[in-house]
Design a protein around this ligand. Sequence first.
Ligand code: FA5
Length: 338
Amino acid sequence: LKKQALNEIKDSVDNLKELNQVRVNWLGKKGPITEVLRGMKDLSAEERPKVGAIANELRDKLADAISIKQAQLEKAALQAQLSAEKLDVTLPGRPLKQGQPHVLQQIIDDLEDQFMGMGYQVLEGPEVETDKFNFEMMNLPKDHPARDMQDTFYITPEILMRTQTSPMQARAMVNHDFTKGPLKMISPGRVYRRDTDDATHSHQFHQVEGLVLDKHITMADLKGTLLAVAHQLFGDDHDIRLRPSYFPFTEPSVEVDVSWGPVTADTKPEDIEWIEVLGAGMVHPNVLRMAGIDADVYGGFAFGLGPDRFAMLKYGVEDIRNFYLNDVRFLEQFTQRG
Ligand code: FA5
């Protein structure tokens, strides 16, 4: 009996389920050993301990054999699983798709780099602004007709979505200490207007404000600065032109256009196509005074440029709305340099 059982366990079992069946057959309630133990009551007093000892020994042996076999089977199963799941570390990896900053952010980053190289600080300000900073401190009192130029999303009568980055001029001015040097700053960020969206207008777009205040700053400094920026972004063969304009916070004021294509010595003026990219001018004395600055001593220039328009010009994008649709096929065309 013992031999038969041990053979069964050792040789004819090759998985855990079969092993369990063998266990039930031999050691279970209906198995031969249980039967022997149950029959003990019919045996004589001398036979009982002998038979009991044999049956117990057999039961222990079988139980040991089964647990050894079980350990073997489990180990084999683990091995099989491990080799089936083996990693081939020599397989080439799948390339990861790498993201990149949005094209407008790339333009803004470029501008920040360039202006920081010219000694400007970069300031960021709130998109939810007060009427005071967005308009009043910029020389636009409540009833000023020029408020209509920037149709505004109001949150309350005093709080609004900023329509321009110009409020950062006022915020920078009130905090500036001229004993530490001139004020040179740019401030990039989002602005909001109730403009109807079309190919060149978006109700939410970007501006980069610039401001330089010191003694003896002139319009020539403004033009030189803007020309340097245009050359950096679009190439040295692009030209800029200043047109007289009106902003309540600058006097005189200009609008600045950049040529759509390159301009050479042979290009006829009438063949140049211009696109308006920014507004600028010499800071109005009222704006200086409201910020507590002595307008007889200090003055300078300011500008507000539109990176969205810059990006259109730089990459020949004909519809500004493309920047806001988040279509990856459009956006991934603008791979970042360096
Ligand atoms: C202003 O917002 C002035 N704050 C700019 C300024 C600053 C002038 C400092 C003087 C001194 P304007 O509304 O023209 O000006 O807007 C400036 C630039 O933002 C425009 O030249 C254009 O490039 C861009 N822009 C204006 N409206 C939109 C729009 N709806 N969608 C996209 N870009 C726009």
